[in-house]
Design a protein around this ligand. Structure first.
Ligand code: GFB
Length: 398
């Protein structure tokens, strides 16, 4: 018996080695890993962090649903690499999700793994993606006046991403796909090649949520807890400047003042500095005229921020910004600093955001989770002149 057991072991080990999913250092083969299949996605390169958070949710919900049907698929968390808005040189390498999120909490909602976890299980130095589907929009979304879910293989395409800067990732086959509609239709594509173990989608922002704003959506959103160090840094700031230890702080107002490319590409939706000051002043007068503290989160230039601060101080407000030390910037990176800004905005008595900025949307969701009255959350800065559309209220569903 012992001999046959030994033989079986040798056979198993050698077949596993051919498949290449053994940990050579540990001299073990990971049985689960052998049976698992993996999806990874990439997003249109210029898109920012907060749009990418929503794309994550679409995939996480898709994979969480699949697990309920006993499917053995896992989602590889695509590292944060070379984001357009992250200019500091500290950001120049592929960063794991654990830098920004509590990955244990993500794993409670969906079967997700970091890319480095996958690397640690592959015995060769090369990570081979079986099939890369490059998703593209249809030229005409409303064919015959109707928007419907559809996909179609073919056409010309190029992968415009960078495989997160890794040169040990290769792609065996690239397929161009025109795609429109719900993300769960991706399973139809995947099922065409049932032997694939590693499947990748480029332009993961194209498939849409199956259902937006449902309980499942919010369960997923709630699981996106931030990295504990970022939370504790934000809480320390709130305590120091606003003397508040609660979820809901009643003595400061927060503003997300999105500038840079946003102010340039959406000129008609954003106010001037003077217009911003007037609107903040009016909002505070209406909400609670006793409030003097204003927290500003912004990607604006120093000169703009100095001017905004001056004009607000001139009319009696105390302006606060979170300015990281060099050590904090090195530790948290641009992404972590932005999250700290978001957390501080989330706890304010009253929040005013920038119209259609996903950075603002994520703060609004956080405030819904914290339990604020929605009248203190869905407020926006309006342009100096012209129409000012009321922002949509995406209320939590528990
Ligand atoms: O997050 P995001 O997709 O929001 O991209 P939008 C904006 C990025 O700019 C953030 C920085 O991820 C941050 O790195 N940023 C913006 C900020 N506001 C702040 C802030 O208050 N504090 C700090 N620290 N950083 C969309 C982009 O941005 O805007 C699109 O996703 C496109 O790609 C469009 O550029 C014009 O939804 O605001």
């Amino acid at each position: 018996i012992n001999l046959s057991l030994l033989l079986l072991c040798v056979i198993l080990t050698s077949t596993e080695k051919q498949d290449g999913y053994c940990d050579l250092k540990e001299k073990t083969c990971d049985r689960d890993f052998l049976n698992e299949k993996f999806i990874i996605y990439d997003v249109n390169p210029p898109e920012g962090f907060n749009l990418r958070r929503d794309v994550y949710m679409r995939f996480a919900i898709m994979l969480s649903d699949a697990r309920q049907h006993n499917e053995n698929w896992k989602l590889i968390l695509p590292p944060w690499y070379s984001l357009y808005h992250w200019k500091a040189k500290q950001n120049d390498y592929p960063m794991p999700w654990s830098n920004f999120f509590d990955v244990k909490s993500l794993k409670k909602f969906a079967p997700v793994v970091e890319l480095h976890e996958v690397f640690s299980k592959i015995d060769s130095n090369i990570f081979k993606i079986d099939r890369l589907y490059v998703l593209q929009n249809y030229d005409d979304a409303f064919e015959n006046g109707e928007f419907r879910d559809k996909w179609e293989i073919g056409g010309d395409c190029d992968y415009d991403g960078s495989l997160w800067g890794y040169n040990n990732i290769t792609v065996k086959k690239t397929i161009c796909v025109k795609y429109q509609g719900r993300i769960s239709k991706l399973w139809e594509l995947i099922s065409l090649n049932p032997a694939d173990k590693f499947v990748m989608f480029a332009h993961g922002e194209i498939p849409l949520h199956d259902q937006y704003g449902t309980k499942t959506f919010w369960d997923c959103r709630k699981s996106m807890k931030f990295n504990k160090n970022l939370i504790s840094r934000a809480k320390k700031y709130i305590y120091k400047y606003f003397n508040c230890n609660n979820k809901i702080c009643n003595n400061y107002v927060s503003v997300h003042w999105r500038r840079q490319d946003f102010a340039r590409s959406r000129k008609k939706d954003v106010p001037s500095i003077g217009g911003t000051v007037k609107q903040i002043d009016n909002a505070i007068k209406n909400y609670n005229p006793h409030i003097v503290n204003i927290f500003i989160a912004s990607d604006g230039q120093n000169s703009e921020l100095i001017e905004l601060e001056k004009q607000l101080s001139d009319i009696g407000f105390k302006v606060h910004l979170y300015l990281p030390t060099q050590l904090e910037l090195d530790t948290f990176k641009d992404g972590g600093v932005a999250i700290i800004d978001q957390i501080i905005c989330s706890h304010a008595a009253y929040f005013i955001g920038t119209y259609e900025s996903t950075f603002t949307f994520r703060i609004q969701e956080e405030r819904e989770i914290l339990g604020f009255d929605s009248s203190t959350t869905f407020n926006r800065l309006c342009p100096d002149n012209g129409r000012c559309e009321v922002p949509s209220k995406w209320k939590i569903v528990n």
